[in-house]
Design a protein around this ligand. Structure first.
Ligand SMILES: [Zn+2]
Length: 426
């Protein structure tokens, strides 16, 4: 691809909103109205005969509902249309086997969100080095954190613009996620070296050239202690509740604080992932990773009825750290970032990469000395080094030779038995 070709890119950008308390209440109401509208629509759908389940009829029903029910009127008309569209798309996803059938949205477990489907309603202005201002329908002008240069004002054009946004509430409050569309010069082919990557628990990312990417704990010792205390407090309060008793305000506050700390850890992890994957995509032309199946790794510890897993507790600790590393997300980030910098990402099916010697290519029993050290036990080899580094070299080697050893037929084809419910539950 030459530098002259322009590439269309669509991405989301999320920023925290600085809403006054009244604004928070207003957007909360809108989100509840949007959720209620979804539920009404779902009830309507189930009630209607098949031939009447059309966009036209649904639209008419929504218009009528917005006139009849007072609290639905707080939802801007565009947002109501977005709910309708999302509902029909949900059915389409279900019919094309991408998702389950849409269902009612409960008050507690649903992520609160409001759509602003059209970018021209937003009137975004940058008012300060760190602040921008955006127009929220039926709420007014609201400031948001400016952490990325968005195509607004004179930087905007038919191809570089914000096409819409979505308000999303999490434990830190309301955020705005902009949908951005830009036209950029396509990347030149990357001239950098190749790299194999191994993912582990002791070293999060180990590369075949010996570099590693590491991180500290996501929470400071003080924060960890606080989280533990809060979790114990929540458990204690829960234990002393009588059956049917409502969750107290104090318990709710404890839950909120726990969620806040967990969200903080997650945010730090995501930040680290973004910085690391950008660094890798910038440096290397070809990135090779293992094709891991994380759900299987997590599930396999539990085992089946016939063969219950051994050391389940310890392995589920391992699983939690696999999930905590969110390797799947690292690969997703690497895929699009490699493409953006003109490189590519490859996956190799790589069973046994951590047990095979990367110098002689043989798997000799007992070669892996410990979690960290690999010493080849083959008499005339004796290569030793970091175990993760060894695995990363194997991954790269598999890609270079094009000989990714597919597991022997029979072993790989055997399907894991579906988990059987215990006899008592049947
Ligand atoms: Zn060896």
């Amino acid at each position: 691809m030459s530098r002259d070709t322009l590439v269309k890119r669509q991405f989301g950008h999320r920023a925290r909103l600085a809403l006054p308390p009244a604004g928070v209440r207003a957007v909360d109401d809108q989100a509840h109205a949007a959720r209620t509208l979804w539920n009404l629509l779902h009830a309507w759908w189930q009630m209607m005969p098949k031939q009447k389940r059309t966009l036209h009829h649904a639209d008419a029903a929504i218009r009528q509902a917005r006139m009849d029910i007072d609290f639905l009127a707080v939802l801007p008309a565009q947002a109501a249309q977005a709910v309708l569209k999302a509902y029909f798309r949900a059915w389409k996803n279900c019919w094309e086997h991408r998702a389950d059938a849409p269902n009612f949205k409960g008050r507690i477990r649903t992520v609160m969100s409001v759509d602003i489907p059209q970018g021209r309603d937003l009137h975004i202005v940058r008012v300060h080095r760190r602040w921008g201002q955006v127009n929220l329908p039926k709420v007014g002008r609201v400031r948001f954190r400016w952490t990325k240069d968005l195509p607004v004002g004179k930087h905007a054009g038919p191809e570089n613009r914000i096409t819409g946004a979505r308000l999303v509430k999490d434990v830190l409050g309301w955020h705005i996620a902009f949908r951005v569309q830009t036209l950029r010069a396509g990347p030149e082919p990357h001239q950098g070296p190749d790299i194999g990557i191994d993912v582990g628990i002791t070293v999060p990312i180990a590369c075949s050239d010996g570099t590693t990417y590491e991180h500290g704990a996501w929470l400071t010792p003080k924060e960890k202690t606080r989280l533990l205390h809060l979790e114990q407090r929540a458990a204690r309060r829960k234990r002393h509740r009588r059956p049917g008793e409502r969750t107290s305000g104090r318990l709710h506050r404890t839950y909120d604080r726990i969620a806040g700390l967990r969200a903080k850890a997650k945010r730090r992890a995501l930040d680290w992932q973004h910085r690391t994957t950008t660094a890798i995509a910038r440096t290397y032309a070809t990135v090779v990773v293992e094709a891991l199946t994380i759900p299987n790794m997590v599930r396999s510890a539990r085992g089946t009825i016939e063969e219950p897993g051994k050391n389940v507790a310890r392995k589920s600790g391992l699983n939690r750290s696999i999930s905590g590393e969110a390797w799947g997300r690292t690969v997703t980030l690497l895929t699009y970032k490699a493409a953006r910098y003109g490189g590519t990402l490859h996956k190799v099916p790589a069973p046994g990469t951590s047990r095979r010697c990367s110098a002689c290519g043989f798997t000799t029993p007992g070669s892996r000395e410990s979690q960290a050290v690999f010493v080849c036990r083959k008499p005339d080899c004796g290569w030793s080094g970091n175990a993760d580094h060894n695995a990363a070299r194997n991954v790269l080697h598999l890609y270079r030779t094009g000989l990714a050893p597919l597991p022997a037929a029979g072993r790989a084809v055997v399907r894991r038995a579906k988990r059987v419910k215990p006899a008592t539950a049947r």
